[in-house]
Write a protein that binds this ligand. Sequence first.
Ligand SMILES: Cc1cc2nc3c(=O)[nH]c(=O)nc-3n(C[C@H](O)[C@H](O)[C@H](O)COP(=O)(O)OP(=O)(O)OC[C@H]3O[C@@H](n4cnc5c(N)ncnc54)[C@H](O)[C@@H]3O)c2cc1C
Length: 262
Amino acid sequence: MYNFDFVKPSTIAEATAALAAEGAQAISGGQTLTPTLKQRLAQPAVLVSLTGIAEMKGVCLGDGGLSVGAATPHAVVAAEAAKHYPALAALAGGIGDPAVRNRGTIGGSIANNDPSACYPAAVLGSGATVITNRRRIAADDYFTGLFSTALDEGEIVTEVRFPIPQKAAYVKFNQPASRFALTGVFVAKYADGVRVAVTGASNGGVFRWSEAEAALSRNFSPAALDGLSVDAADMIHDLHGTPAYRANLVKVLTKRAVAAAG
Ligand SMILES: Cc1cc2nc3c(=O)[nH]c(=O)nc-3n(C[C@H](O)[C@H](O)[C@H](O)COP(=O)(O)OP(=O)(O)OC[C@H]3O[C@@H](n4cnc5c(N)ncnc54)[C@H](O)[C@@H]3O)c2cc1C
């Protein structure tokens, strides 16, 4: 490690001011950032912890759906979202291991936008709204590519608001060592149509499978996907799976998610 300053504000306004300092960076659960610091892949001059900000924590039901504070750990979402949005709670409960779930946060997850992370699939698959210290961003505009988002310098995610679907499920094929998604699919059925978001598969990061959405909006059953296939051209190729393998997983997991959603 190396020397840096550490501040722990208690309000969003204080955090925003602290992040305006030269070389300042937010830290939430530290599950991604701490190893990055240890390897000196990032060397911020000031770390601004978001974990002491009460207004960024917790899960509550409001007019716009289920509101999740960005500094809420996965374990708390798993427990507190279960009543109103079981698919989201199950996704949170399946992330990593107990240590990761008790420290890692939804804000850190979607700010990092790892191509194999689970939360981006829920946020995009639910058509959620990402609320920051500056604006509101629709999920469709938020994820801009591998490890890349619409967030600007010094902008922090403060809350994510999820419209609650009629039915939903997330199914992931675990990478057994980390439990990240080798591929994962989130399916959500709303009154005006179905959304399907895929993580862990594409070189472009999380994406919506629009052909599946159209087919499932007509007929919400696994059989509706029979004639469809996913183009393997831009799928991730690594030691865990080929592009063709991942393309096949997308279809298999989408069918399973539809079946699980009922
Ligand atoms: C062993 C292991 C297994 C894991 N398995 C899974 C898994 O199965 N599925 C999954 O989805 N994830 C998994 N993760 C990731 C984990 O769940 C965390 O969500 C992730 O590491 C980032 O969250 P964090 O709160 O720790 O962020 P941090 O590490 O604190 O920050 C990550 C990045 O986001 C920025 N940041 C943090 N919070 C905010 C904010 N509110 N606004 C703007 N920027 C912010 C930081 O500056 C930093 O750049 C795993 C991680 C580990 C270490």
